[in-house]
Ligand binder design. Structure first.
Ligand code: DX5
Ligand code: ZN
Length: 213
């Protein structure tokens, strides 16, 4: 399992130190970009994400919960190790894929818990990564929706032999991470379980341990 801690639950008054704390333990850093339209919350955008490059050598996993991904994706500085994920429910998924692909990073697609898996089927051959939401997007610290487990298993089958990574986001903690990985998740996003803990580095280690315990 690879761990992608979400800074949404970090101390925003000290982001640089928070990000450094998980260096060498985490495999990605997850950034929840929200526009107040696609989800009922506002967070941060490219200015903050790009600035944090100076504090981390981890690949960036940028989760766009925004209405117009094709318009804003080019504002993020990315390389081949990074991934930009947009939502299939947002405007013009096909254009988003083309725009993100041209940036030279990995292309991720995500879907809300209420969106049928069939919605991403037409795009599966064009993406590198699928982010399964196991909470309603918008806020950290929500409870894991157990229906996500079945969805991960179905997605695994749908992907077949294609080189597509399954990431899962929302409500994951040391108590349920193993189930999520056993269902087929390769990347685990965790916000409150890492940055909500008093020692984020130890919490990240614990989560990785629990995934194969
Ligand atoms: C929710 C975000 C998540 C969130 C996860 O909209 O996409 O990445 O930070 O936080 P936890 O792990 O606390 O559910
Ligand atoms: Zn996220």
């Amino acid at each position: 399992m690879k761990l992608s801690p979400s800074i949404l639950s970090a101390n925003f008054a000290n982001l640089a130190e928070e990000v450094k704390a998980v260096e060498g333990v985490a495999h990605f850093l997850h950034f929840d970009v929200m526009d107040g339209h696609f989800v009922p919350n506002l967070t941060f955008g490219p200015l903050v994400v790009n600035a944090l490059r100076r504090c981390s050598s981890l690949p960036f996993d940028i989760h766009l919960m925004i209405e117009r991904p094709a318009l804003y994706a080019p504002r993020f500085q990315v390389g081949p190790e990074d991934v930009i994920t947009f939502h299939v429910e947002a405007k013009d998924p096909q254009e988003a894929i083309q725009v993100i692909r041209r940036l030279g990073c990995k292309v991720g697609i995500s879907l809300k818990p209420g969106t049928p898996l069939s919605a991403i089927k037409p795009y599966l051959a064009q993406v590198d990564w699928v982010l399964v939401m196991s909470v309603e997007p918008g806020f950290g610290g929500q409870k894991f929706m157990p229906e996500a487990l079945d969805r991960i298993r179905k997605l695994r089958k749908l992907i077949g032999a294609r080189p597509v990574t399954i990431a899962v986001d929302g409500g994951i903690n040391p108590g349920n991470v193993r189930q999520v990985v056993e269902a087929g998740a390769e990347v685990i996003v965790a916000g409150s379980a890492v940055f909500g803990a008093p020692d984020p580095r130890a919490a990240a280690e614990k989560l990785i341990q629990a995934s194969h315990a």
